[in-house]
Design a protein around this ligand. Structure first.
Ligand SMILES: CC(C)(COP(=O)(O)OP(=O)(O)OC[C@H]1O[C@@H](n2cnc3c(N)ncnc32)[C@H](O)[C@@H]1OP(=O)(O)O)[C@@H](O)C(=O)NCCC(=O)NCCS
Length: 228
């Protein structure tokens, strides 16, 4: 474990710096908006930006961005989580995920959603990571997997949807993953989140229909069943 300090950041300079140093090298072009759009979004009250720095040197290690109040107070979204390439595997990502969960819970959310690549459909890359190992990371942190045909909406004009994604959730309150709580909350979230970024169409309708019937399973169990 590498000792790190995690703090919310608000200044334009810090947000621009973590976009360049952490997010830009860690995500593909469809998974990140243009820099100016990221800076505009993260200046609002509904996004919390958490920066991890080395506890001794102050060097930037990673960041997490949590979106609150996405259509419903019950749902928060882990918009981005990344540790700089070369700094991974020392516990920083785990500490950032814990801090993101704390921030979502403090904001009143019952579930924190995370959009991840389906490792059966997305290849590994040195900078963007290995989708199977990423799932192992989330499984060890106790997340559940939601059985919906998920796609990440296009996050800026001119960008594409990212298909073949999985939707995970950290359960922040007892019972929040039960069908009676989860289904209406997920439908409300998707009705607000996808059209706001990306409009509606039959693919979105199919996602909403699946959300109305969704069930949650511990990700660790699903991975074991898949032999991982
Ligand atoms: C996922 C990520 C945030 C984890 O951060 P980290 O500091 O390496 O995490 P920790 O040290 O707390 O935990 C180590 C675990 O992280 C995961 N991990 C580490 N390096 C990874 C990589 N290159 N790709 C995928 N997962 C990785 C593994 O599960 C690892 O455990 P393992 O060594 O037993 O396989 C980091 O790998 C990363 O930034 N990846 C690229 C961006 C990304 O995938 N973000 C998540 C988007 S949903």
């Amino acid at each position: 474990m590498r000792p790190c300090t995690i703090e919310p950041v608000t200044s334009l300079e810090e947000r621009a710096s973590l976009f360049d140093a952490v997010l830009s090298p860690s995500f593909g072009p469809e998974e990140l908006p243009p820099r100016d759009r990221f800076l505009a979004w993260t200046s609002g009250d509904d996004l919390e930006v958490l920066l991890a720095t080395d506890a001794e040197t102050g060097e930037t290690l990673g960041c997490a961005v949590v979106a609150l109040g996405q259509g419903t107070d019950v749902m928060a979204l882990l918009a981005w989580l990344a540790v700089r390439p070369g700094e991974r595997g020392s516990g920083t990502g785990g500490a950032l995920l814990d801090a993101a969960i704390d921030a979502a819970r403090a904001g009143g959310a019952h579930l924190l959603l995370a959009e991840v690549e389906d490792p059966r459909k997305h290849a590994a890359s040195a900078d963007h990571g290995n989708p199977w190992r990423r799932l192992g990371f989330y499984a060890r942190h106790g997340l559940v997997i939601l059985d919906v045909p998920y796609f990440q909406p296009a996050i800026a004009p001119g960008q594409e949807r990212v298909r073949d994604m999985l939707l995970l959730a950290a359960v922040l309150r007892d019972g929040a993953d039960s069908p009676t709580v989860l289904r209406p909350a997920l439908v409300t979230f998707l009705e607000a989140y996808v059209p706001r970024l990306d409009g509606t169409d039959p693919e979105h309708d199919a996602l909403l229909a699946a959300a109305a019937e969704v069930t949650a399973e511990p990700l660790a169990d699903a991975l074991e069943r898949a032999g991982h």
